[in-house]
Design a protein around this ligand. Structure first.
Ligand code: C6P
Length: 418
């Protein structure tokens, strides 16, 4: 079948309607502390729609076995589904080949894989450029690599609004730069980084680029060929999929030349006591029994997300973010943290005179879930002068009524604490 015929057979996209979306997420109809659940912590982990829950249940109830090992129907059936999930990821991010999609247990493992396998030969004269707003998962693996190899770590500062400018990137990247490792979207502030332009700067200097897409994949459409990124890492659980599954996209030529990350079953083509041959991609980087059912669940999540007109989803999230920021700014003593003009639906703020953890605990009594703390971005918090913030993060299922509930609960918290 040619591509046009294939396309014409695709089901029509679901237009975005938040109440119909909400009915797909069973947990959203529950209450907490006798109050309707208001879940505003999707950046920590998103809730799961019925098709994902059903896919997982179906696998364990009807089609469970190990993959790539059994010469029997159950194993072959699940192997096909596991590999279909890989194809779904490939199409979702427009990778060239299945061989470029490595399943990991999350974004953290994906970045560690690159640090371990690609990073080995970058020191002692090479430099890795990161930014001040990185998640610890895109800082600590490079620090560990620095200890092992002597590679230098350069940190690009953020502006007071929480932006990373191209000028600052250009100032940091030199011919010594071997890798630029940056977030697509900051999980702590919501800032969207100009990753396509950063990739160009990196490549012009002869460096590679890794994008930590853990937050970006949720809010942005990702085309790894158009971005021309060398590595793109993300987790399934923020993308409405299960936890325990993540993805490392890597350009095939790079992955081909990199040594394996872990040794064990699955990643070999032959083993003797004297010598072991690695398997081809992607198996070379998937040692041991992989996260089989989580991968199938991620495939179901991608199918679910892709069933929508994603511009409708993006518009909804953006409108809700703008509404929430306006409402929060209007509350006496609430200050927004991170006000980039280029921002995804993650809103950080503080309440003057109240500790974020205390505020979050009071919000919880009203059924409102937000995250409080350093959001695994301690260096960013330090540079912006906040030990902790509150963070409300919006998913495709959130509503204006829920933002109003947040505002009402915040007013209560202020009365108690300030
Ligand atoms: N951020 C948050 O509340 P894992 O834990 O491997 O699934 O993802 C790590 C990670 C890496 N990069 C970014 C930009 C992230 O946001 C995260 C996860 C969650 O913000 C949990 S700390």
């Amino acid at each position: 079948m040619n591509a046009i015929a294939e396309k014409s057979q695709l089901p029509a996209l679901r237009s975005f309607d938040v109440s119909s979306v909400r009915s797909d997420f069973p947990i959203l109809s529950r209450s907490v502390h006798d109050k309707p659940l208001v879940y505003l912590d999707s950046a920590a982990s998103a809730q799961k729609p019925q098709p994902v829950i059903q896919a997982i249940k179906h696998q364990y109830e009807h089609e469970y076995a190990n993959v790539h090992r059994g010469a029997y129907w159950l194993s072959e059936t699940l192997t096909d589904k596991y590999e279909a999930a890989r194809k779904a990821v490939r199409d979702f991010i427009n990778a060239r080949s299945d061989r470029e999609i490595i399943f990991t247990k999350g974004a953290t493992e994906a970045i560690n894989l690159v640090a371990h396998s690609f990073g080995k030969n970058l020191g002692p004269n090479g430099e890795i450029v990161i930014t001040e707003l990185e998640h610890h998962s895109n800082i600590v693996p490079w620090q560990m690599l620095r200890t092992q190899t002597g590679v230098k770590l350069k940190v690009v500062p953020v502006t007071p609004e929480g932006d990373v400018t191209l000028e600052a990137i250009k100032a940091a990247v030199t011919t010594n730069t071997k890798l630029v490792a940056v977030a697509h979207v900051s999980n702590a502030l919501g800032t969207i980084l100009p990753i396509k332009e950063i990739a160009e700067v990196a490549h012009t200097a002869g460096a590679r680029i890794l994008i930590d897409g853990c937050q970006g994949i949720v809010h942005e459409t990702v085309d790894v060929q158009d971005l021309d990124c060398d590595f793109y890492a993300f987790s399934g659980h923020k993308l409405y999929g299960p936890n325990g599954i993540g993805v490392l996209f890597g350009k095939e030529s790079l992955l081909h030349d990199m040594p394996p990350y872990q040794g064990g079953g699955e990643m070999i083509s032959s083993v003797s006591f004297d010598h072991t041959e690695w398997a081809d991609l992607p198996a070379k980087f998937e040692a041991g029994t992989p996260p089989i059912v989580p991968a199938v669940g991620l495939g179901a999540a991608i199918k679910y997300i892709s069933s929508f007109d994603r511009t409708g989803v993006a518009r909804h999230e953006h409108d809700l973010m703008v509404y929430a920021m306006e409402c929060l700014e209007a509350i006496n003593s609430v200050r927004l943290v991170g006000t980039s003009k280029n921002k995804a639906a993650v809103i950080a703020f503080v309440v003057d005179g109240a500790h974020p953890h205390d505020v979050a605990t009071i919000l919880d009594r009203s059924g409102v879930c937000v995250r409080a703390g350093h959001h695994c971005a301690q260096p960013l918090m330090d540079s912006m002068g906040y030990p902790a913030t509150l963070r409300a993060s919006i998913g495709m299922y959130n509503t204006r009524e829920e933002i109003n509930a947040l505002v009402g609960a915040l007013e209560k918290a202020r009365e108690i604490l300030c």
